[in-house]
Design a protein around this ligand. Structure first.
Ligand code: 13P
Length: 250
């Protein structure tokens, strides 16, 4: 099975944390589908995480890449560097990057192109704000984000879309699982009808996923997996979520 359950560690981690996380995860995970799991540590911790987990078949990726291959771009990392070091995927266009780092639509599009050129699976994040949700314009917002990201390259060889409502990230609030399922169906329809040559592998959900709500989320047919922040920082909790995923999706 392809990549479906991804830990986004954001700005967290240390040598001690990663060693203890790996041990806890491996002690508590009871499946053998390591290849559906991905970890996105900080770029500094990429190699240590890989050294501890890659032998089990877990995929290691990054939280962001630059939109260029190389050059005078202090502080950035490129898709080709990720590939060179054995990385498999990159999160692209996370709402925290769009909001806190003013990541533009054009730069997200360039990042997607770089990922595609370097055989890195892009995890494209889309999601509406609380106000947009309340105004009932979620569908329009998401369609706009998909169009903006994909319009300049219509035949991506792989793509995962993560639906992350901004108001659900780190808040303990999640939309009703059935509503998430309908949104995922809509995302699949939009990509398949407008970008039929793009290989959409899955649509995963992110926003306050934890070991208590994972079951009802994964019961939904079109929720193919999850992108997890807070609850992924505990190796045991992430393993418990992965065990639930195994029961329902593998
Ligand atoms: P939380 O799981 O902490 O809500 O974060 C979700 C997220 O932003 C994953 O990318």
């Amino acid at each position: 099975m392809s990549l479906r359950l991804i830990a986004n560690w954001k700005l967290n981690g240390s040598i001690k944390f990663i060693k203890s996380w790996s041990q806890l995860f491996l002690e508590n995970f009871n499946g053998d589908n390591f290849n559906s799991i991905g970890i996105a540590p900080s770029s500094l911790h990429f190699s240590l995480t890989k050294d501890l987990l890659i032998e089990h078949g877990i995929n290691i990726g990054v939280q962001s890449i630059d939109g260029e291959q190389f050059g005078a771009r202090t502080g950035e990392i490129s898709a080709s560097m990720v590939k060179d070091l054995g990385g498999v995927f990159s999160i692209i266009g996370h709402s925290e990057r769009r909001v806190l780092f003013q990541e533009s639509v054009e730069s997200i599009s360039r990042k997607l192109a770089q990922a595609n050129m370097n055989d890195i699976v892009p995890i494209l994040c889309i999601g509406e704000s609380f106000e947009e949700n309340k105004a009932n314009i979620t569908q329009d917002v998401l369609e706009g984000q998909i169009n903006d990201a994909l319009k300049d390259h219509k035949d991506l060889s792989s793509l995962i879309i993560a639906y992350e409502p901004i108001w659900a990230i780190g808040t303990g609030k999640t939309p009703n699982p059935k509503d998430i399922n309908s949104v995922h169906e809509m995302i699949k329809d939009v990509v398949q009808s407008r970008f039929p040559k793009t290989e959409l592998e899955s649509v995963i959900y992110g926003g306050s996923v934890n070991k208590s709500n994972a079951l009802e989320l994964f019961e939904q047919k079109d929720i193919d997996g999850a992108l997890i922040g807070g609850a992924s920082l505990d190796g045991k909790d992430f393993a418990l979520i992965a065990n639930i995923f195994n029961k329902l999706k593998v």
